[in-house]
Design a protein around this ligand. Structure first.
Ligand code: CU
Length: 471
């Protein structure tokens, strides 16, 4: 009897706690109306908390505008709301969205919008095609909670997306997502330019590279360095951080990772499945993820696409700066600001160059500069940056570097044997590791001569003999 009672009790309680598998939000009646708050990345609008489903007016303006891809490189972006990714839209399940899509009169092309949060043909694209100087209005009800991508779907679709026409729309569940201390908006995209990475000037879109899926740039929030150099995300030790991460593509899948952090929870693919304790989460092109973690230790945590050449050579690198008291029970090392040592913490040799054995021809200063520049832009620029300006707190400058100009032997040793420990360059302290560079005497002489003869340095000419003497 007891057994029977118990099993009935268990069965009943089971029925109560198990949420209904399919809740239909299509029938929720909305109460009241408001204008949606829209934000440019990395900011997100205020959470919905416990508010009721409402009628939400979204006013989105499309702008085709020139912007900066990286230092000295311009690109004509096509944007939803003036930013790449476009404005973040925050709704709750059951909201009725009245979407006003405006195409600025100065624009050259028609555009539309396909929101993955829409249940209906084309996700809104078929009702939203809008010519420059016009506005289209359409309505939809968000009936599935999750984080969704929106994008332009005007032909050629790939080109509109490649030019930056994507963003995120969040549909919060009933009662809202659990509150956290900091929320940010980060979206990856790949870009295809006529010139190589770093080639100066206004760069046109390259359709061939896009079709081949060989981007010159893979970036967060529309440009190289959007989340570094003063754009870092910030948090304090002990806070919980939530990243709304999207991937606009058009082509690449992102292996999203934060160096030095473990995601406590991930809404996989932006949906309702929560995975715990995740190192790297895969974000498909046209997909998203909600990533939550608590920051326990201070320092700089680096956001990357862990397809790692994209991070160090194509721009997919951002930073989260965490300030506060050290927490030695969690992490007891010296905190190194803003660096990542993929080869481990010690100085190592790069494998493979046999160039050291070949005889060295005599070269003029001009020849050295020319060859040195090519070496610089394949070997050194990823850390020291294209104009030798470095990255604050991470990589010291080579431009007008007092450290470099004071002592050429020391500079040669840095390249031959690597450099670690604290150094002061132009009054700023750096404390990290430069791996030794496996270059021949000739190559080192060329690259150093190039550096010494660039960016306001003292024009020293370095010879292979000087290198040989210090090997
Ligand atoms: Cu478009």
């Amino acid at each position: 009897m007891l057994c029977l009672l118990l099993s009935i009790f268990l069965f009943e309680s089971c029925k109560k706690t198990e949420p209904a598998i399919e809740t239909s939000y299509a029938d929720i009646v909305t109460e009241g109306q408001m204008d949606a708050e829209l934000t440019a990345p990395p900011l997100v609008p205020k959470p919905v908390y416990g508010r009721k489903a409402m009628k939400l007016k979204v006013n989105m303006e499309i702008k085709e505008q020139e912007g900066t891809m990286t230092d000295g490189v311009k690109y004509t972006y096509w944007t939803f709301g003036g930013s790449v990714p476009g404005s973040f839209i925050r709704t709750r399940v059951g909201d009725e969205v009245e979407f006003h899509l405006k195409n600025h009169p100065d624009n050259k092309l028609p555009h539309n919008i396909d929101l993955h949060a829409v249940t209906g043909p084309g996700g809104g694209a078929s009702s939203s095609l809008v010519a420059p100087g016009h506005e289209k209005t359409f309505n939809f009800k968000v009936i599935n909670p999750g984080l969704y991508v929106y994008h332009c779907a005007t032909a050629p679709v790939g080109m509109h997306i490649a030019n930056g026409m994507y963003g995120l729309i969040l549909v919060e569940p009933e009662g809202g997502l659990p509150p956290v201390d900091k929320e940010y908006y980060v979206m990856q995209g790949d870009f295809y330019t006529q010139g190589e990475y770093g080639a100066k000037g206004l760069q046109a879109f390259d359709m061939n590279k896009a079709v081949k899926e060989t981007p010159d740039y893979v970036v967060f929030n529309g440009k190289v360095g959007s989340l570094t150099n003063g754009g870092e995300l910030t948090a304090k030790v002990g806070e919980t951080v939530r990243l709304f991460v999207g991937n606009g593509g058009p082509n690449l899948v992102s292996s999203f990772h934060v160096i030095g952090e473990i995601f406590d929870s991930v809404h996989v693919e932006g949906g309702s499945t929560i995975n715990k304790n995740v190192q790297t989460t895969l974000i498909p092109a046209g997909g998203a993820a909600i990533v939550d973690f608590k920051v326990e230790t201070p320092g700089t945590f680096i956001l990357v696409d862990h397809s790692i050449f994209r991070a160090f050579n194509k721009g997919a690198l951002g930073m989260l700066k965490v300030e506060g008291k050290e927490n030695t029970s969690v992490y007891s090392g010296t905190i190194q600001e803003g660096i990542y040592l993929p080869e481990g913490g010690t100085i190592q040799k790069m494998p493979g160059s046999t160039a050291a054995k070949t005889p060295t021809p005599k070269r003029t200063v001009e020849e050295k500069i020319k060859i040195g520049k090519a070496i610089f832009s394949t070997t050194c620029f990823a850390c020291h940056q294209s104009e030798g300006q470095g990255i604050p707190n991470a990589f010291p400058p080579l431009a007008k570097s007092d450290y470099l100009n004071a002592d050429s032997k020391r500079a040669i040793n840095t390249i031959l044997h690597g450099l670690s420990g604290e150094v002061t360059v132009n009054g700023k302290k750096y404390n990290s590791v430069m791996p030794s560079q496996n270059l021949s005497d000739d190559e080192i002489a060329n690259v150093l001569t190039y550096i010494y003869n660039s960016w306001g340095n003292n024009k020293t000419e370095v010879t292979p003999e000087m290198i040989k003497a210090l090997r």
